[in-house]
Design a protein around this ligand. Structure first.
Ligand code: NAD
Length: 492
């Protein structure tokens, strides 16, 4: 199967004719050949998006919403097939892949409804016989650049609000997950998105990504990826004064206080730390435990981690799938060595499974627990993006909050306690964009704002109505029906 670019409503070969393999990280099988496009392909896509913009922005918003409704129904009908493809392409276990597709379905229906809302407001004028209102305008061409870890959810969080707001799109998915991007764009075309309104260009960040962020015809950039790439995106796009939304790395923590329900906390920790093999931006990689529960928690977690089964995500018995690439496995392992050299205690895991047998052809790593981790160690402050959890001991809630807030990232945090007073202090003081009470660090719902503080981003939020604030521009309108010149602030 060949995955070509989609430009101006046509599936087109990359101009250099080059394709590279798209591989299953669980067993090395080649799933498809994907276009390895160049700057020129990206420029053709940008031109197509630019040309389609004027008629799309004037296309009635409720009608734009109806196309998203149609896309939501197709996604729903194909949920099982798409989830299977996702597991094969990206590695996450089937149930999680189905959840990823479900986020896309939810976002389609939610944003479709915004076609009939996208509320502005009216407000009284300070002058007589004068009417004042604020409305939302489209902005232009949206450059959408996405990572591989949520191959359906993240593109839909960006593309659907961009479209309902009247923008046209140039979409560059991660090189590791082109198949799901191809399926999504095919669905949008089938749902009735007019030619040129959504354009898809496969290729590297250096070539295609760089063209999108630097080309002055692209008016806004919605980027999700690593903090390092995000910083570069902000600098390049900033030169052109583009509007830029960045959703970047995390170093999320779960706090467990002495009075917590231990079994519930363990369930939340396992799901947050080892789901998607720790490759979620909201994954829990720090466990901040109060001293009275620390040892019991360590014991219980160690027993449960030993029972987690590694394997291909389509195998029903698998709990933890592969990492995305061998390079990712090397990175995780290098952090395990760093942790040991820093003096943390390796409790379980910390190795690649034997290369003989069914795991031999995939990129697997054993779920890993470190204890006696100091909050300043590199394993407790840097994003590892794999199945590695670091336990930190604290005296009380104040220290737990200080440790939670003491890293460069601020995406998600969670606390397990039964004390309502501490719950509300935590809600007030945890400096993250998302806070969970008696649940793990993952599980965002699409109608609430999603994003992080500090190094996790630049202050924008995705999802919910917050997404519309990014993808539209406010326009203030004054209508004077007095028949005379009235000067604001001057004529009483
Ligand atoms: P990455 O930064 O390597 O790549 C992200 C995207 O940027 C890819 O499409 C890539 O091709 C592109 N890119 C690379 N160089 C570019 C350049 N010079 N110009 C333009 N685009 C370029 O990240 P990744 O490894 O794909 O994803 C993992 C990271 O994403 C983690 O740090 C994770 O925390 C983060 N993430 C954050 C969120 C969030 O919402 N905060 C969600 C998911 C993932």
């Amino acid at each position: 199967m060949k995955l070509s670019n989609y430009i101006g409503g046509q599936w087109v070969e990359p101009e250099n004719g080059r394709y590279i393999p798209d591989v299953d990280p669980g067993n090395g099988e080649v799933l498809a050949e994907v276009a390895d496009s160049t700057r020129r392909d990206a420029e053709r896509a940008i031109l197509a998006a630019k040309e389609a913009y004027d008629s799309w922005r004037k296309y009635p918003a409720p009608k734009r919403g109806e196309i998203l409704f149609a896309a939501g129904h197709i996604l729903q009908a194909k949920k099982h097939e798409l989830a299977q493809k996702m597991t094969r392409e990206m590695g996450k276990v089937y149930t999680e892949a189905a959840g990823d597709v479900q986020e896309g379905i939810d976002m389609a229906f939610y944003m479709a409804g915004e076609g009939r809302r996208s509320f502005g407001y009216t407000t009284p004028s300070e002058l007589p016989d004068k009417f004042a209102m604020a409305t939302r305008d489209a902005i232009g061409v949206a450059g959408i650049i996405t990572p591989w870890n949520f191959p359906m959810a993240i593109p839909t969080w960006k593309i659907f609000p961009a479209l309902v707001s009247g923008n046209t799109v140039v979409f560059k998915p991660a090189s590791e997950t082109p198949l799901l991007a191809y399926e999504l764009v095919k669905i949008l075309a089938e749902a009735g998105v007019p030619d040129g309104v959504v354009n898809l260009v496969f290729g590297s960040g250096d070539e295609v990504g760089e063209t999108i962020i630097s080309d002055p015809r692209v008016n806004l950039i919605s980027f999700t990826g690593s903090t390092q790439t995000g910083r570069h995106v902000a600098q390049v796009a900033g030169e052109e004064l583009k509007r830029v939304s960045l959703e970047l790395g995390g170093k999320n923590a779960i706090i467990v206080l002495d009075d917590a329900n231990l079994e519930l906390a363990v369930e939340g920790i396992l799901w947050s730390a080892f789901g998607t093999s720790g490759q979620r931006c909201t994954a829990c990689s720090r466990l901040i435990a109060q001293e009275g529960i620390y040892d019991r928690l360590e014991k219980s977690l160690t027993e449960r981690i030993a029972r987690l089964r590694l394997g291909h995500g389509l195998d029903d018995s698998t709990d933890v799938g592969p990492l995305i690439t061998e390079k990712a496995v090397d990175k995780v392992h290098s952090y395990v060595e760093i942790g040991q050299n820093e003096g943390a205690r390796l409790v379980t895991g910390g190795n690649r499974p034997s290369s003989s047998g069914s795991l031999g052809k995939g990129h697997y790593y054993t779920p890993t627990l470190f204890a006696d981790v100091a909050p300043t160690m590199r394993i407790a402050t840097e994003e590892i993006f794999g199945p590695v959890l670091s336990m930190i001991r604290v005296k009380d809630l104040d220290e737990a909050i200080r440790v939670n807030n003491g890293v460069a990232y601020g995406l998600s945090s969670s606390i397990f306690t039964q004390d309502v007073n501490r719950v509300f202090r935590a809600i007030r003081d945890l400096a993250t964009g998302i806070v969970y009470i008696n649940a793990g660090t993952t599980g965002a719902e699409i109608h609430l704002p999603f994003g992080g503080t500090r190094g996790t981003g630049n202050g924008h939020r995705e999802a919910g109505t917050a997404a519309l604030d990014f993808f539209s521009e406010w326009k203030a309108v004054y209508v004077d029906y007095s028949g005379r010149l009235q000067r604001a602030q001057i004529d009483a």
